[in-house]
Design a protein around this ligand. Structure first.
Ligand code: BGC
Length: 432
């Protein structure tokens, strides 16, 4: 089981589909961020309307916290004005996909940056407060109603559609998972009043480490290149920012030790030149002569004349890196199922008695570019789940893709929390 750094979200899931109205969300977790407007209706079985805009964060704004949050706040303000007018004041979900020490439903301080982010003065600060202050500076009426990790937003959306959702996993630029735990099983939360008796645990599994993980010299070299050395070891073997780079390090070594790439392999010494979308395109080239691999080698890596045999080797390496990542992610998911007694061991144990217990249906919400946009990765992950769980148990586990789960789920949580607060007379706290 893989629980090394628990950060409890103080939010307990309790959606009753009785929310209505318009809510907004900001989804910040990579070099692009999203603003969302989500409309929900009482009794509706779905979000009835949703608008999403994606914006790139200009590199020069990554210097100070104020620059970053000013930009995010201004983008939201302009979006809200276009959608609902200047004075609109709606619940706002803030999806912030970095490790946070959560203090309440709507506040939490950044523990450390991951995924190559490093805006020096944000660590230790309450990121909701940073955003609220930036919103006030630019004259917006909006304030953060709910602060959530992307896994938690995805879980919220998963739970909204499928009541059997017990966990959520993100496999995109970074990776992480969260799951619903019984409150009495969380030592530091004992005695905390909740409506549902459960609480979401944000595992931050990207930072999981164990000597059993198959760490190679390439993983060590990769770690040395990153700003967060010695952190996020599991993430660095699995997620989108890193897979292409691991393959590049292997290819670079091959170029140093043999002449398979001829003379023109200098570009292989440029860190991060082989991004994961290229790695995916290499693996998915099903042409007989591997023409797409040849094109990528020629145009992108400036390796002009790699023969078919070499191109096959390149495919093999990209495939091994993908396979390992997908299998590790599957092992992580099974770790959660095991913790929740959903891996079949409960029914196996009871099968020695007279009545064999039917395994429960389990839904795991999933989001992220690797699983959604890289079919080979998805195939390997799905295959590994069946291999580890066995066919019978695997049939009871469904991975459901939640498109825009991080942002939409955060907007829903903001709506629920804001209506809870109104019912309680405007106080803070409360459970979702
Ligand atoms: C962050 C997590 C996040 C994950 C996926 C990781 O680097 O630490 O908080 O959930 O990326 O975006």
């Amino acid at each position: 089981c893989i629980f090394n750094s628990h950060i409890e979200s103080s939010m307990v899931m309790h959606f009753d589909r009785d929310e209505e109205g318009v809510c907004y969300a900001i989804d910040l977790g990579g070099m692009d961020f999203r603003v969302l407007r989500v409309e929900i209706d009482v009794g509706s079985t779905a979000v009835i309307n949703q608008r999403v805009e994606t914006h790139a964060i200009p590199e020069e704004l990554m210097g100070t916290s104020q620059d970053l949050f000013n930009f995010v706040a201004l983008t939201l303000k302009n979006f809200v004005e276009r959608e609902d007018g200047k004075d609109a004041q709606k619940p706002l979900g803030f999806t912030f996909s970095f490790p946070v020490r959560q203090n309440s439903v709507s506040s939490g301080s950044l523990i450390r940056w991951t995924k190559g982010f490093s805006v020096g003065d944000t660590v230790g600060k309450d990121v909701s407060q940073c955003l609220d202050e930036a919103l006030a500076r630019c004259g917006s009426n909006m304030r953060v109603t709910a602060l959530v990790n992307d896994t938690v937003g995805t879980l919220a959306l998963g739970h909204y559609y499928y009541k059997d959702t017990v966990a959520a996993v993100i496999i995109g630029a970074g990776t992480n998972a969260c799951y619903i735990e019984r409150i009495d099983a969380i030592i530091k939360s004992q005695g905390l009043p909740t409506n549902s008796g459960g609480m979401v645990v944000n595992m931050e599994w990207g930072n999981f480490w164990s000597s059993h993980l198959p760490r190679t010299p390439y993983d060590i070299s990769l770690d040395d290149e990153t700003q967060n050395r010695n952190d996020q070891g599991f993430e660095k073997m699995i997620s989108g920012i890193y897979l292409g780079e691991i393959a590049r390090l292997v290819l670079q070594r091959m170029a140093q030790e043999s002449d398979i790439f001829g003379d023109g392999a200098e570009s292989l010494s440029t860190p991060f030149i082989l991004s994961t979308p290229y790695l995916a395109a290499i693996c998915e080239d099903d042409s007989q002569d591997l023409s797409e691999v040849r094109r990528i080698l020629q145009e992108h890596l400036k390796i002009p004349n790699a023969p078919l045999k070499t191109r096959r080797l390149v495919v093999k390496i990209c495939d091994i890196v993908t396979h390992r990542a997908a299998r590790l992610a599957a092992a992580g998911i099974v770790g959660i199922l095991k913790k929740l007694g959903r891996d079949g061991s409960a029914s196996a144990a009871s099968s020695s008695g007279r009545m064999r217990e039917q395994p429960k249906e389990t839904v795991v919400a999933i989001e992220g570019s690797l699983y959604q946009e890289y079919p080979v990765f998805k195939e390997y992950l799905d295959e590994a789940l069946v291999e580890i769980l066995g066919e019978e148990v695997a049939r009871t586990v469904t991975l459901r893709v939640m498109v825009d789960g991080p942002g939409t789920g955060a907007a829903l949580m903001a709506a629920v929390h804001s209506s809870n607060r109104q019912q309680q007379g405007g106080g803070g706290g409360g459970t979702i």
